[in-house]
Design a protein around this ligand. Structure first.
Ligand SMILES: [Zn+2]
Ligand SMILES: [Zn+2]
Ligand SMILES: [Zn+2]
Length: 213
């Protein structure tokens, strides 16, 4: 039996401080809010998910999970759960043998809902996280929630002039007519995006019973 680990990683954008969910084991992620590319050096990964700690944690927790208290101030969320890969669309567990058979194709359709997931063989960085890493399963880029939305510019309900909001207060006074108005939810959310992790799965060759290194 192979073992599978679910990882969730959210970093903070170095430019605008918005949370940036990291969708897979990779060396960069793009901030949805400002579009800047965030470098994710190997040291960040191994600092957040140290392989030796994780083995000890997995042994202790069995099927449970753990949220790390990251040492890295760029990391706002780092979660490690021992769990079989599942479809993020419908929750159906994905068969390990099927994942392995689809490594060449690069995509795996969910047997229940048909949603396509990205599968690839583990690279060097994956093996730095887990020496026996075999494959990574992640969500396809096209399934990402509306990325790089055009910012909504609120306008004054009284005179129609654009409102200058900076995210510090929900109530903004119009610079043209002076009327006070409350920013709508979608505008407020632009300044205060919710941290939505995008879990991905690391499939490893050995079961937990032989996970000692
Ligand atoms: Zn940003
Ligand atoms: Zn599904
Ligand atoms: Zn106005």
């Amino acid at each position: 039996m192979a073992r599978s680990i679910v990882l969730e990683l959210v970093v903070r954008c170095e430019r605008c401080l918005a949370p940036v969910p990291v969708p897979t084991v990779c060396s960069s992620a793009t901030c949805e809010r400002c579009g800047s590319v965030q470098a994710l050096p190997d040291a960040l990964w191994t600092g957040v998910f140290p392989p030796s700690d994780s083995v000890a944690i997995l042994r202790r927790l069995g099927r449970g999970g753990v949220e790390y208290k990251p040492h890295d101030e760029r990391v706002s969320r780092a979660v490690w759960i021992r769990r079989a890969p599942f479809c993020p669309g419908c929750g159906t567990e994905l068969d390990e043998a099927r994942i392995q058979s689809r490594l060449g194709a690069g995509q795996l359709p969910c047997p229940a809902c048909g949603r396509k997931l990205a599968v690839r063989a583990a690279d060097e960085l994956c093996r730095a996280l887990q020496p026996d890493a075999l494959a990574v399963v992640s969500q396809l880029a096209e399934d990402e929630p509306a990325t790089h939305r055009t910012p909504v510019i609120p306008s004054c309900p009284t005179c129609g002039a654009p409102l200058l909001a900076d995210g510090r207060s929900r109530s903004v006074a119009c610079r043209k007519c002076g009327a006070a108005s409350v920013l709508p939810d979608e505008v407020w959310a632009q300044f205060h995006p919710v941290e939505i992790p995008r879990p991905f799965f690391l499939l490893c060759t050995r079961g937990t019973s032989t996970a000692e290194r």
